[in-house]
Design a protein around this ligand. Structure first.
Ligand SMILES: [Zn+2]
Length: 198
């Protein structure tokens, strides 16, 4: 059976109407919250601009996203909602990745699509409306490198979860690069996750 993204998005949207008193959304086995993208971008890019070593800032932000994506989607995958809504549609490893991407779309992380998936080897994920790319462009103008640290980390985390071995020891088995980015003027953002060296 193919993965029905609409069904997954609908389940997440329906469930996200339930809020705890502090605005936390308990859903798919994890705790979510609504965060304005401008706020997120200000924190993320502000951190990068303040750091003396931009490469180190980039790597910290990508790693934080990867670890967060890894833990969050491990929770999602072991949830009751996953068992009820998603699991029946899954017939192989690739379907798990497609389901993660559908849930990330539902979370509002972007208009994402899988361009290529070689089991265990490579994931190419594309976004046509990255909020990080748009946020960077609006605040600072054209970038000279990819700026979508969140989605870059998340692409690798999806591979870690499916092909990296048992949770919680599989994080950082894969590493992603952003080969195209709208913040650089490319027509889309593209992330390529492959096995990490060593
Ligand atoms: Zn980008």
């Amino acid at each position: 059976m193919a993965i029905d993204t609409d069904k997954i998005v609908h389940a997440v949207m329906h469930g996200s109407r339930i809020r705890e008193e502090k605005g936390i959304i308990p859903l798919f086995g994890v705790y979510l919250s609504m965060i304005p993208v401008d706020f997120y971008n200000k924190i993320s890019f502000g951190f990068e601009k303040q750091m003396q070593q931009p490469d180190e800032a980039e790597s910290l932000l990508v790693n934080a996203a990867q670890e967060c994506g890894y833990a969050t989607f491990a929770g999602v995958r072991s949830s009751r909602e996953w068992a009820e809504v998603v699991q029946p549609m899954i017939s192989n490893d690739k379907d798990q990745i497609y389901s993660f991407v559908s849930i990330a779309i539902a979370f509002g992380w972007g208009d994402l699509g899988v361009r290529e998936l070689i089991p265990g080897e490579k994931l190419v994920m594309r976004a046509s409306d990255s909020y990080e790319a748009k946020g960077y462009w609006d605040a600072y103008g054209r970038a000279d490198a990819g700026k979508c640290y969140m989605l870059r980390g998340v692409a690798a985390a999806f591979m870690d979860l499916v092909y990296g071995g048992e949770y919680p020891d599989g994080c950082f088995r894969y590493k992603a690069l952003e080969t195209h980015c709208q913040a650089k003027g490319d027509p889309y953002c593209e992330f390529v996750a492959r096995k990490a060296a060593g």
